[in-house]
Design a protein. Structure first.
Length: 411
């Protein structure tokens, strides 16, 4: 039995009055997801525990069967692992966004979705200007997503940071890093100073001057958030007896996979954006399943559309995910398989940020031999009708059992 877990990042949403009180999932044409929900089962899953931030890091750990309250050490360190950073026990990793600051306000959490080639040059430039051996180092990631590593016992991870995608339009002076303990006061002050120093260096960089001339948002400041130290997580195979792999353009997802012992599959042309290589992800999933039993396939595009507040674009990302990736896998996988499709969290069009609402999931296995079944249109509303409501960490064990027995529930 082969297992495929397809995550449409931020795919869940709220009904929008302008579109007949429907969500993007309800409006989208997604026949393959519908088949999974109709021939299999669907329900809702609470991926974000109370008191935790509604992010992909927390949600995906939960979906994979790991309690985030126990294993989550911050988004920064998980992304650092995804980038391939070999950091020491006392090193502190922060997620580092390239952002757009304008007149004292956080204008854009992604600096106009700056491309990786330009971003790499800016990160390398910051290392020359602000990096210090054995203390401060910037690591390049993908697009606007990068990593800051602080080395040395004088720094503390006990600081309170604001995710930039939750702070668009806010005054920067009101959302600066704050200490969570007395031992972190100097660290918070240092980080805030470093962010403002980055603005001094980046504002007049030729890349940003050119971006402004072209009508694009400049990457004129960095923003640090979600700090933590090296994660310690038991492998997926030791917990579930299954050999896994992950396909994603996003470092946080690759980092989680690496911590769990997954093979990180490199796919040409995947971007973590709307122009990603859906077909490539499908083809490499099929190829990887020849040597692995479980593949996590992650697509970032629906989340990005949600952050932009673009309903039609989010519908398109869902349809692309369905027809160009899910359908391609299901049409071409000849062995018995069990497939799940779900969101990790909601990124509603109205809020343009993550929420901790339960999200819909659907699971189908070739062990199910239904010839006649009631056709369902996979959506938040349809998932709620089923009456199946799971806490996140229960999902994975039930998903794997479903692949063995073709039945959902306790076995």
């Amino acid at each position: 039995m082969k297992y495929i877990l397809v995550i449409g990042d931020g795919m869940a949403d709220y009904p929008v009055n302008m579109y007949g009180g429907k969500t993007p999932l309800e409006v989208a044409d997604h026949p393959w997801m519908d088949k999974i929900a109709s021939a299999g089962i669907c329900g809702t899953i609470q991926t974000i525990p109370k008191g935790m931030n509604a992010g992909s890091d927390v949600a995906i750990l939960s979906i994979l069967g790991y309690n985030p309250k126990k294993y989550h050490s911050g988004r920064g360190p998980l992304e650092a692992v995804g980038v391939g950073i070999k950091f020491k026990t006392n090193d502190i990793a922060f997620r580092c966004n390239l952002i757009t600051e304008e007149n004292g306000f956080l204008k854009d959490y992604s600096a106009g979705h700056i491309e990786t080639k330009e971003a790499e040059k800016l990160i390398n430039f910051l290392n020359k200007k602000l990096g210090k051996k054995d203390e401060i180092f910037f690591y390049k990631g993908v697009g606007y997503r990068h990593i800051l590593i602080l080395t040395g016992k004088k720094f503390s991870e006990k600081v309170v940071c604001t995710p930039p995608h939750d702070a668009v339009g806010k005054k920067i002076s009101e959302i600066l890093i704050k200490p969570a303990s007395k031992s972190a006061v100097k660290t918070a002050e240092f980080l805030n100073r470093l962010m403002f120093e980055s603005k001094n260096f980046l504002s007049n960089h030729p890349i940003n001057l050119r971006r402004i001339a072209e009508g694009k948002n400049p990457a004129n400041m960095v923003w640090f958030w979600s700090p933590g130290k090296k994660p310690r997580i038991p492998s997926f195979k030791s917990r579930f007896g299954v050999k896994g792999a992950v396909i994603s353009a996003v470092n946080i997802v690759k980092g989680i996979g690496a911590c769990l012992g997954f093979k990180i599959v490199k796919v040409p042309g995947i971007t973590g954006y709307f122009d990603t290589n859906y077909e490539g992800k499908a083809d490499y999933t099929l190829k990887t399943l020849k040597t692995h039993d479980f593949v996590l396939v992650h697509v970032e595009a629906p989340d990005e559309a949600g952050h932009l507040g673009d309903f039609k674009l989010k519908v398109k990302t869902i349809e692309d995910l369905d027809k160009r990736l899910v359908g391609r896998i299901m049409k071409n996988l000849k062995k018995d398989y069990t497939i799940a499709v779900l969101a990790d969290h909601a990124t509603p069009i109205q809020t343009k940020t993550h929420t901790r609402d339960p999200v819909p999931f659907a699971v189908y296995s070739t062990l199910i031999r239904k010839k006649d079944y009631l056709k369902k249109h996979f959506s938040e509303k349809e998932a709620k009708k089923s009456g199946i409501n799971l806490q996140g960490t229960r999902f994975m064990s039930m998903f794997l059992k479903f692949g063995k027995h073709g039945k959902w529930g306790r076995l």
